[in-house]
Design a protein around this ligand. Sequence first.
Ligand SMILES: [Zn+2]
Length: 205
Amino acid sequence: MTITYRFACTHCGQINIYQALQNGEEACCVRCSSVLYRQRNYMFDASLALIFTGLILFVMTNAFPLIALKAQGVTQELTIWKATAAFWEQDYYWLSVLLALNLIIFPLFELLGLLWVLLTIRFAWQRQRAIQIFRWLSEVKPWGMLEVFMLGLLVAVVKLGDIAVLVVGSAFWAFIFLVLSIAALTANLDRFTIWRALTACPSSV
Ligand SMILES: [Zn+2]
């Protein structure tokens, strides 16, 4: 049985009918001309490569110090975990929770969740769990503010440089490249293609 996909444009609400594309082509809305989906044969392999890159960078970001401050012969290293714990100890509970969610839990969930979804498509596993995870990822994505923290960190590095000797740690660069790799992953993934590929996976129901 051939399924005819109809879907609403997220910009203007126009109902469009799916048409198969050649590699490199993109389908546009018949009313507002915004891009609906793209056909890129390299998308799955490139996404998997970006996910594994992101996971390595995530481990480095969490394992090593972001920055170290040297003042009056004392060196103080700051890691993401130390920063989160410091806010908690100073009774800034919500700030601590937000930091942990945005810097540790959301990025890890996004990388591992997408890995599960792509492996489900690649190996034609049963699709129920991957569909649930992909739906959760869509709901969590707007709450992830990794880029905002990156800007805050850059401002802090410039400001702190005025009052103490500041050493940028390896986790700082890993974090910058983690943000870039997640941004590249988001730009590379075509959500409609993912949903369509998941529909083609077997179902236990
Ligand atoms: Zn439209």
